[in-house]
Design a protein around this ligand. Structure first.
Ligand SMILES: Cc1ncc(COP(=O)(O)O)c(C=O)c1O
Length: 372
C-alpha cells in the first residue's frame, strides 16, 4: 500500500527537478556558497513578490524571529505576547533574544491569536506582540495592530506557515514592523534544507539585520556591535528563486485541494477550517477538529491503517511543553487545549493527486460513517 503523507517535500523537488538541479549546478560552479549575488537576487525577488522594500535572508525561521526582536531592541526585561498554539520555535526565539514570552490563547474558530486575550495579558513591560498566521490563516492584523499602536508595542508577524496568505488584499508580512519567514522544506515556500528571512519596510532595521546575521559586520572584518552567524546559503537561495516563481500557482492548488476537502467531508461530525472574511488562507495545513480526543485518536489510527499519515499540530500548547510548563506567564488556554486535544492535519501539498486526496476523503468518510 502506498503511503500518503501529511506533506511531501520530495514530490515538490521532483516536480521541478530539472530547474532546481540546474540552479544548484550554477551555484556549485560559481564558487560563492554563502550570501553573495544568488542570495541578494532571491532577497530582491522575495521583497518584490511580497510587496515590501527590504528582505534579509537568514539561517532559519527561528533566527528570523530572534534577529528581528534583537534588531528592534527587544530583550532583557521586556515581555513579548505570543500564542501558545504555535510551533515551539516562536516562543524559543523570544527567549533567544533574552525577553520573556507571555502566552495568550487563540480564537477557537480562526485558531489565531485572540486580541481580547492579548489585551488581558498585557503589562507595562509588553514591548511586542507576535501574530502567528497559523496553518496559513491570517491573524486579525487590524485589531492586533490597533492594540500594538495604542499600547506602544510593536507588531511582529510570524509568517512561517503563511507565504502568500492575504489580509485585506495585502500579503501577510507587510503589516507588522517586521515579519519572519521560514523556508523549512515542508513550508509553502520550502528550501532543500534550512532557511529563513525577515521582511520589513524599514531600511534602517534591514541594515541592522544584515549586520546581526553576520557577527555585527557592517563592513568586512569589523564588528560594529555583537552579532550572530545566521546566513542564508546560496544553494538554498537558488532553490528558493526557482520555487518562488511557482508559489502563487502552488498556493492556488492548495486552496483548490482545501475546497475539495470541504465538499468531500461536508456533513460529517468534523469541524472544518474556515476562511476569515476579507482574508485569503493558503492552507499550509488542513486542520480538522473531531468531537473529542478519543474520536481524534481513533480517526488518526484508522487513517494510519489505510496508509494515510495524518499529523497533529500541535499535540499540546507551548504552555504544556515540559520546557515551558509553569515557567511562563500564561492566560486561560481553553481554546488552545480544546484544539490540541481534537485537531488532525489531513494530507495537503500542491503535488497531492486528486485520486490520493479522494483516498483520504473516502477513509475519513468510512470512519465517520461507521457511526463514530
Ligand atoms: C509558526 C512557526 N514559527 C517559526 C518556525 C521556525 O522556523 P524554522 O524551523 O525554520 O526555524 C516554524 C517552523 O517550524 C513555524 O511553523
Amino acid at each position: 500500500m502506498r503511503i500518503i503523507h501529511t506533506a511531501d517535500p520530495r514530490a515538490g523537488y521532483l516536480a521541478l527537478k530539472t530547474e532546481i538541479d540546474a540552479a544548484i549546478a550554477r551555484v556549485l560552479e560559481g564558487g560563492q556558497y554563502i550570501l553573495g549575488e544568488t542570495v541578494e537576487r532571491f532577497e530582491r525577488e522575495f521583497a518584490a513578490w511580497l510587496g515590501v522594500p527590504q528582505a534579509v535572508g537568514v539561517g532559519n525561521g527561528t533566527d528570523a524571529l530572534h534577529l528581528a526582536l534583537r534588531a528592534l531592541d527587544i530583550g532583557a526585561g521586556d515581555e513579548v505576547i505570543v500564542p501558545s498554539l504555535t510551533a515551539v520555535a516562536t516562543v524559543a526565539a523570544v527567549e533567544m533574544a533574552g525577553a520573556e514570552p507571555v502566552l495568550a490563547d487563540v480564537d477557537p474558530v480562526w485558531r489565531t491569536l485572540d486580541p481580547a486575550q492579548v489585551a488581558g495579558m498585557a503589562s507595562p513591560r509588553t514591548r511586542a506582540v507576535i501574530a502567528v498566521h497559523l496553518y496559513g490563516q491570517p491573524a486579525d492584523l487590524d485589531t492586533l495592530g490597533r492594540y500594538a499602536r495604542a499600547s506602544g508595542a510593536v507588531l511582529i508577524e510570524d509568517c512561517a506557515q503563511a507565504h502568500g496568505a492575504r489580509w485585506r488584499g495585502s500579503h501577510v508580512g507587510t503589516v507588522g514592523a517586521a515579519a519572519a519567514f521560514s523556508f523549512y522544506p515542508t513550508k509553502n515556500l520550502g528550501a532543500l534544507g534550512d532557511g529563513g528571512l525577515v521582511a520589513t519596510a524599514d531600511a534602517g532595521l534591514a541594515e541592522r539585520l544584515r549586520a546581526l546575521r553576520q557577527y555585527g559586520w557592517r563592513e568586512p572584518q569589523r564588528s560594529s556591535e555583537p552579532g550572530w552567524n545566521s546566513r542564508l546559503d546560496a544553494l538554498q537561495a537558488a532553490v528558493l528563486s526557482v520555487r518562488l516563481a511557482r508559489l502563487d500557482t502552488a498556493n492556488a492548488r492548495r486552496r483548490e485541494l482545501a475546497g475539495r476537502y470541504a465538499r468531500g467531508l461536508e456533513g460529517l461530525p468534523l469541524e472544518l477550517p474556515r476562511e476569515r472574511e476579507g482574508s485569503e488562507h493558503v492552507f499550509h495545513l488542513y486542520v480538522v477538529r473531531c468531537a473529542d480526543r478519543a474520536a481524534r485518536d481513533g480517526l488518526l489510527a484508522h487513517l494510519a491503517k489505510a496508509g494515510i499519515r495524518a499529523g497533529i499540530h500541535y499535540p499540546s500548547g507551548v504552555h504544556e511543553q515540559p520546557a515551558y510548563r509553569g515557567r511562563l506567564r500564561a492566560g486561560s488556554m481553553a481554546a488552545t487545549e480544546r484544539i490540541t486535544a481534537t485537531a488532525l492535519s489531513l494530507p495537503l501539498y500542491p503535488e497531492l493527486a486528486d485520486a490520493d486526496q479522494q483516498r483520504v476523503i473516502d477513509a475519513v468518510r468510512s470512519w465517520c460513517g461507521a457511526g463514530r
